[in-house]
Design a protein. Sequence first.
Length: 188
Amino acid sequence: MKLEQRHLFWILAGILFLIALWRPWQQSKSTSDLWTTDLKEMKADLTFEGIRYTKNIGEKTQWILKANVARLYEDKNIMDLERIRIKFFPTGGGHVTVTADSGVYRIDNDEMSLNGDVKIHSEDGSTLFSETMHFSQKKKLIWTRDRVLIKGDGLEMEGEGLEYDLQDGKLTVKRQTTVLPENGELEL
């Protein structure tokens, strides 16, 4: 009988040991894909208020980013941003201003993902509205798969998805749904 109690004790101790080992693995969250990870759950290395960040290539300013709050995660090369305003300077001259509620900037590969009330204003008065927008300096591309609304030159255009080639200045609206005059009337 004592032999069985001793075995039962070791079995119970082994089970408790395995549970103790399993618990941390069960709670850890993968950080391999930080586009989907909630960065606010991680501890930032540095937090800035009223940040201004300029991206230059050679002597030419590519864009200037301003954010109310920026949290830097140095080991991941990522900045988590709140209340964003970016001024892009396309190759052809002029500027384009982008605003958004929040975003993530991957410093090492010059990619940015913007979220919440994204607005893009061009110098000619055109405005684009969407809930998300992505930017890649390497690809020289701005894109989204979400619904977009573009207003300008007396017209409104809606679609699902968009690509804007920064080098060529070419705008492509995917799955275009409507084009209407801004006053809602269509004259023939």
